[in-house]
Design a binder for this molecule. Structure first.
Ligand code: ATP
Length: 303
């Protein structure tokens, strides 16, 4: 196998409770993560040895094409663990459709896609557990982006437990174009909490949300969405305006995803989704209609 096209699916957090900072600097999180149909497409090709081992190209100029790219990091981790590349190189074309720095996990999705591609084009047939170990080495959200569907995530986000898959609900994403650096969002959250007693901040009800997912009870699901970052990120950004517009347009539930700043609205019918998107387009330059997906990173074709 010389090449593969891989779909790298975006994620949203239906629930994200950020706990205390740990000794290793990471925060303990409890999250329910959900894959979306919205995806980047990545094309991988084995090449003869050249001066560059990895050559990355991308349609988005702001995405680094160096070892700062999570795809590059994933290629390094894969080869360090398995040593299959020998003197060969890899060329990757990243066709980004997931907005960058929005809380939609685009970089992590691309890294998960890289592990799938390498497994495929080197015909290794590695078990999921082996890919998962490498995913954990690359980043906290990479294991989920590999697994996909609906999952409970714990630890720093890398301990994944699949839940009952949810039906393909319509999702409307909206953002103003500003970006959040995840590290800054954690720092702001820590700062905000310094002056608070723990009871001042509700931590959401994870058990109730898991039950809603298990029973596929959408009304309960809509009422239990929660994100610790909303207080820290929303105060300074546009997310409150977007939330208000989506709710006024009849969205059943609206929440910021990850450390933001994108917000998502859930709409059971396509008519509702179109109405919410139409209203949001009046206030936000970037609005995307997509759906829940049961899949994570996936090889879709090869040569
Ligand atoms: P996080 O996973 O930290 O919540 P995010 O989903 O908000 O991140 P990403 O789209 O993953 O945001 O991008 C965050 C940063 O990661 C970008 O500013 C970019 O410089 C860097 N980056 C590295 N690799 C990639 C990639 N393959 N695609 C997009 N961004 C990447």
């Amino acid at each position: 196998m010389l090449g593969a096209k891989v779909r790298a699916r975006a994620k949203i957090n239906l629930f994200l409770d950020v706990g205390e900072a740990r000794e290793d600097g990471y925060h303990e999180v409890r999250s329910i993560m959900q894959s979306l149909e919205l995806s980047d497409d990545l094309y991988f090709r084995r090449t003869d040895a050249t001066s560059e081992r990895f050559v990355l190209r991308c349609n988005e100029s702001e995405v680094p094409l160096t070892n700062q790219n999570l795809v590059w990091h994933a290629l390094e981790v894969f080869d360090a663990n398995l040593g299959v590349m020998g003197r060969e190189g890899i060329e990757v074309i990243i066709n980004k459709k997931i907005p960058v720095g929005a809380g939609l996990g685009g970089g992590s999705a691309d890294a998960a896609a890289t592990l799938c591609a390498m497994n495929y084009i080197y015909e290794l047939d590695l078990p999921m557990e082996t890919l998962m170990e490498m995913a954990k080495e690359i980043g906290s959200d990479v294991p989920f982006c590999l697994e996909g569907g609906t999952c409970l995530a714990k630890g720093r986000g890398e301990e994944i437990m699949p839940l009952e898959p949810l039906p393909p609900l319509n999702v409307v994403l909206a953002m103003m174009g500003d970006k959040t650096l995840t590290a800054d969002a954690y720092a702001r959250l820590d700062e905000l909490r310094k002056g608070q007693t723990p009871s001042e901040e509700q931590g959401g009800n994870l058990e109730a949300l898991i039950e809603a997912v298990t029973r596929r009870d959408l009304d309960a699901l809509f009422s239990r969405l929660y994100n610790s970052f909303e207080s820290a990120t929303m105060a300074s950004g546009h997310a409150p305006d977007l939330k208000k517009a989506a709710l006024e347009a009849g969205a059943k539930a609206v929440l910021m995803t990850g450390s933001g700043p994108a917000v998502f609205a859930l709409a059971p019918s396509t008519e509702e989704a179109s109405r919410v998107a139409w209203e949001l387009e009046r206030v936000a330059p970037l609005v995307i209609i997509t759906k829940f997906s049961e899949k994570g990173a996936e090889v879709v074709s090869y040569s």
